[in-house]
Write a protein that binds this ligand. Structure first.
Ligand SMILES: *Cc1c(COP(=O)(O)O)cnc(C)c1O
Length: 366
């Protein structure tokens, strides 16, 4: 059996360190916003090259809090990708704002920068690019559009911890970068967790207040905030994994490159393409094929996991379908019908990749 991600293998490498750290937390009993949370925020900010890192309870909360701190409110429009996890759009909707979906680039699956400007209206307040599957969005032209129209930029970095472009890591380009530490993410904890990065002192201050009941000083509340904090025990786990994140991401890249070498030229299979601008950290290895059902069946028969990220673009989801029924986004719709994600994680061995590739080659349409 080859899983999509092998969290047990990763745990074995950090077991001693994590268990010692957890024991210490239990003994010291400083559970909320304790010393490990504080240390993790500093270490993560340093690794990412961000001025501030503010942890919170999930990636969804990170997006919600960042949009709130950026002043997004009811009636505003936020331009984003339809080819992403639902949380990207949910966070916009929590504030009464409207997600405006623009189509994606067929090679990177990221938002098509060319289509952003035509989607801007008098109500547009922000752009929310998603560094999908770990490949950084081409931020330079996106930031130029944002600057020209005075729009905020909130990056969804849930899948791109450590990815960089032009020597800068994702999460340091926009007004805020939003990370998820859901267990299967490139940097994952053992439950839910999230974080926002920002270069702005003002934004950081607002975020620290928002995540903690609108309070800077205990029992003094300046705004209606939220209860959205990273757990002290999750911070212990994240600190252990953060030390190893470069090796984890390199392991993913190495695995991806073996796949791509083996799958290039296989008829009916389009391996994912790196746009050559940045460092793709392969949260997912997602190819395109017209023979998806057959390949999925064959992989399943061979005890190999695979998954469809994502089967339905957001504008075609039941919750948005009515609102967007006249909005065709043909690239996202076509990619959703043909995409297939294969197992990828740092510990995936090259023999396992060869086994997976053999099954695909045998069942490719050519
Ligand atoms: C995982 C994910 C989120 C949400 O993160 P949670 O921690 O699960 O709330 C948001 N956006 C994208 C693109 C994701 O992959």
């Amino acid at each position: 059996m080859i899983p999509m991600v092998d969290l047990k293998a990763q745990y074995r490498q950090i077991k001693v360190e994590v268990e010692q750290g957890l024991q210490q937390v239990l003994e010291e009993a400083h559970f909320i916003l304790g010393p490990n949370v504080q240390a993790f925020e500093q270490e993560a900010a340093e690794y990412l090259g961000a001025k501030h890192a503010i942890s919170c309870a999930s990636g969804t909360d990170a997006l919600h809090l960042a949009l709130a701190a950026a002043g997004i409110k009811a009636g505003d429009e936020v331009i984003t990708s339809p080819f992403t996890f639902i949380a990207t759009a949910e966070a916009i909707c929590y504030l009464g704002a409207k997600p405006v979906f623009v189509d994606i680039d067929p090679h990177t699956f990221n938002i098509d920068i060319e289509q952003i400007e035509p989607a801007i209206t008098a109500n547009t307040r922000a752009i929310l690019p998603v560094h999908l599957f770990g490949q950084p969005v081409n931020m330079e032209p996106l930031l130029a559009i944002a600057q020209k129209h005075r729009l905020k930029v909130i990056e969804d970095c849930a899948q791109s911890f450590g990815a960089e472009i032009g020597g800068r890591r994702t999460g340091t380009f926009g007004d805020a970068g939003c990370f998820s530490f859901f267990p299967s993410k490139n940097l994952g904890c053992f439950g839910d967790g999230g974080m926002i990065t920002t270069q702005s002192d003002e934004m950081a201050g607002k975020l620290r207040v928002l995540r903690n009941h609108g309070s800077k000083q205990r029992y003094h509340h300046s705004v209606i905030g939220y209860n959205s904090r990273l757990d002290e025990m999750q911070a212990v786990i994240l600190r252990a994994k953060l030390k190893r994140i470069t090796a984890y991401n390199e392991g993913r890249r190495a695995a991806a490159h073996i796949y791509t070498r083996q799958l290039s030229g296989v008829p009916g299979i389009t391996p994912p393409r790196e746009d050559g601008r940045g460092t793709h950290v392969y949260h997912q290895y997602t190819l395109l094929t017209d023979n998806r059902d057959t390949i999925m069946q064959a992989l399943g028969d061979a005890q190999i996991s695979c998954a469809i990220y994502y089967p339905i673009p957001l504008h075609r989801q039941e919750v948005f379908a009515q609102q967007y029924r006249d909005v065709p986004l043909p690239v996202s719709e076509s990619v959703a019908e043909r995409c297939l994600s294969l197992p990828i994680y740092p510990e995936l061995e090259s023999e396992q990749i060869h086994t997976i590739v053999d099954v695909i080659k045998t069942h490719a349409p050519g």
